[in-house]
Design a protein around this ligand. Sequence first.
Ligand code: PMP
Ligand code: GLU
Length: 403
Amino acid sequence: MNNFSHNFLSHKVQNLAESETLAMAQLTNDLKSKGVDVINLSLGEPDFQTPAFICEAAKTAIDEGHHGYTPVAGELKLRQLIAEKLKRENQIHVTAQQVVVSTGAKQCIANLLISLLNDGDEVVLPAPYWVSYKDMAQFFGAKVVEVPSRLEDDFKIDAKTLDEYLSENSKIFLFSNPCNPSGTLYSKEELESLLSVFERYPNLIIISDEIYEYIRFEDNFCSLASFPTIAQRVVTVNGLSKGFAMTGWRLGYLAAPLEIAKACSKVQSQMTSGANAPTQRAAMVALRADGWRETQTMREAFRQRRDHLIALLSAIEGVEFNCPQGAFYLFPRIDYYLGKSYKGKVLSHSKDLALYLLEEAHVGLTPGGAFGCPEHIRLSYAVEENVLTDAVQRIDRALKLLQ
Ligand code: PMP
Ligand code: GLU
């Protein structure tokens, strides 16, 4: 305890929740550090090493003396390469000046929300949504509107539902495709079917978070900013963390209308300055034309693990799920087990269930409430197949103890 007679933390910070994914990963690691044999399926982090050619580029950058501050919005050469990548792979047409490089996609999203939101503005999030979208938006003064989706529809929303939840007050529509946590991948046709609704709201800014772009199991991925009728107000967010297994290197980027890109750069100039110099050099190599091919083996491994996990979970009573087409998460509905109890303690929420499975099964998972779906739970399958087998056996055993 401190000696102050009052809580000196800002109301904003007191109201801010800790990121649930990171909090669950911490709890899992705490248990591990006590010597308990815990399986961690809570954190969204590839278990692969960064490809060697990228590591080599970073080593060379250090040896060549790239140790100083970088331009706030990123090295011009990298921004040019990103603009070329977006044109080549995503049919997005932007100049290097419209690209801002940041310390992770998380910072890109924070920069955007700071740049765009006034108090009371509405941010529309299809649920399930990535954990930090809602907390960040509220932290920056916005009112969050959640658009529900159904497991039976692969968690996709259609034009009619979108229209119901958008209004003249909607400032931002923010979603991830492929989606964390559901693995949902909107096809080109499905995105196209939402266009007429987006066109009816000309002041709406759409943020498409495509950080799982390279981890997809279907070939029908399409960037929302490739549609000319709305391209002028779609911001694309992406980064190296997932596709290139570079979570700790901290590099994300966005491509936005020039005014928004400049605003994000201004915010960044006051908060953190340019992203780390050797990582930017490494990114120049990762994002070259054939760089993504080096990630194929990871993608194939994720697909096999997904299939393995689905086969295992199918045998467990009361657990329902969609078949994810991207990312490396499964997001089963577990409401069958809510309300059941263990040793007299009732598990009312997905968080109770996640804590129970951590304590009883020694498996770390993330409760679905963090993603706007409290009847679900998220499993990250970025671990080897034998670990998944062990984890599901443990979960099954623990679920059977519930009454
Ligand atoms: N968006 C989504 C959907 C994510 O899952 C993550 C997870 N890290 C991020 C953004 C942030 O990624 P980064 O590591 O680049 O900050
Ligand atoms: N995005 C990852 C996840 O959803 C990493 C954790 C985080 O950045 O919150 O687990």
